[in-house]
Design a protein around this ligand. Structure first.
Ligand code: KIV
Ligand code: ZN
Length: 391
């Protein structure tokens, strides 16, 4: 793997599916896993096999079906979890066990009623045991975002000593600021003995709306994997959105960091996940939201009609959206009205446009949006016929 390649670890089917109401059956999971594989993700976290017979079955079926990506199963630092995950992953071409333990003071005290030495020991043993089943073992330090860096470095060293190939540094509670999270990754890069034997991974939650920013700061500071979900779904406020980090790297080539994602499939993948999980994407969601390429104010519409780049940094075709949309509302100007009228077959003259515009505004003031049917009606009222030829 080149040092400029960022591995995309998709956890839509694990962290994403943990969301209430998002439960999928094996068939639905297989369809999404196949789409993710074609999309070009490097790792598919297919589930948490010990959690239920259904999840076991899904991870097993996905392992059999996936052609390119690594298939990963989550475990706690518990022998039984690791054994069950190894069994569910036995058909995978490239299996990975993802094991780990909470490392923050609050996890150590309240979750485990334990102490730091015990956590170091359990981390080592879990990775060592997982390593007896598969070569590729990822270790997560849960709540790493609130774990003191010095202790976190010691935990990472134990995981590397036991053979971990990837070290996941989750901001489980979405607490960190980008500068803080970036500094954490930098600290680990500089202070963990043996770090050259593993790659660091960002796993950021979105409780403060910073998941994407934190993940980007993480890779700028040396991490080489991002854990993310389609549409940013996940526990509470969700995870880092795959489509956002991928497009950030594409739009900022000077960072010299890239992914293997076929961006033209982002919109269809988003739609598939939205429909399967019944989890509606907010209209103003970056990259894949309904309004991500829609323009409604007159000034913006005029600019985009003259040249798309005046108000768009991404060509919608790059992410699989057919075209930018000009939404007709009471904020639209003459340029937008003429443009949309032309799209439905009316080449308006300047005089027609001047006559029509006040009527259009009057109508638009009483409606949220003016659609194609409304436009036809307006033309009919004004005796304007389709495909006017102007000299
Ligand atoms: O957020 C988190 O800490 C996780 C781990 C289980 C990887 O999802
Ligand atoms: Zn998580």
């Amino acid at each position: 793997m080149s040092d400029t390649t960022i591995q995309i670890f998709d956890t839509t089917l694990r962290d994403g599916e943990q969301v209430p109401g998002c439960k999928l059956d094996t068939k639905q999971k297989l369809i999404i896993a196949e789409q993710l594989d074609i999309l070009g993700v490097d790792v598919i976290e297919a589930g948490f096999p010990v959690s239920s017979p259904g999840d076991f079955k899904s991870v097993e079926a996905i392992s059999k079906m996936v052609k390119n990506a690594t298939v990963c199963g989550l475990t706690r630092a518990v022998k039984k979890d690791i054994e069950v995950a190894a069994e569910a992953l036995r058909f995978a071409k490239k299996p990975r066990i993802h094991t780990g333990i909470g490392t923050s003071d609050s996890h150590i005290k309240y979750k485990f009623n334990s102490n730091k030495d015990d956590i170091l020991h359990r981390a080592f043993e879990a990775v060592k045991y997982a390593k007896s089943f598969v070569e590729d073992v990822e270790f997560y330090a849960e709540d790493a975002g609130r774990t003191d860096n010095e202790f976190l470095a010691r935990v990472c060293e134990q995981a590397i000593k036991a053979g971990a190939t990837v070290l996941n540094i989750p901001d489980t509670t979405g607490y960190c600021l980008p500068s803080e999270y970036g500094a954490k990754i930098k600290y680990l890069k500089e202070n963990v003995k043996g770090i050259e034997h593993a790659i660091l991974s960002c796993h950021c939650h979105n409780d403060l709306g910073l998941a994407t920013a934190n993940s980007i700061e993480g890779i700028i500071n040396g991490a080489r994997q991002i854990e993310c979900t389609i549409n940013g779904i996940g526990e509470r406020a969700g995870n880092t959105a795959l489509e956002e980090v991928v497009m950030i790297l594409k739009q900022h080539p000077y960072l010299n960091l890239d992914t293997g994602i076929n961006t033209k499939m982002l919109y269809s993948t988003s739609q598939l996940v939205q429909q399967s999980m019944g989890m509606i994407v907010q209209p103003n969601k970056a990259i894949v939201g309904e309004n991500a390429f829609a323009h409604s104010s007159g000034i913006h519409q005029d600019g985009v009609i003259k040249n798309r780049e005046t108000y768009e940094i991404i060509d919608p075709a790059e992410v699989g959206v057919t075209e930018s949309s000009i939404v007709l509302t009471a904020r639209s100007g003459r340029a937008a009205l003429a443009y949309r009228a032309k799209n439905v077959g009316y080449n308006l003259t300047k005089i027609e446009l001047d006559d029509l515009y006040p009527q259009f505004l009057k109508f638009a003031d009483h409606h949220k949006e003016v659609n194609n049917e409304d436009l036809h009606h307006l033309m009919e009222l004004n005796h304007i016929v389709k495909t006017n030829i102007h000299i």
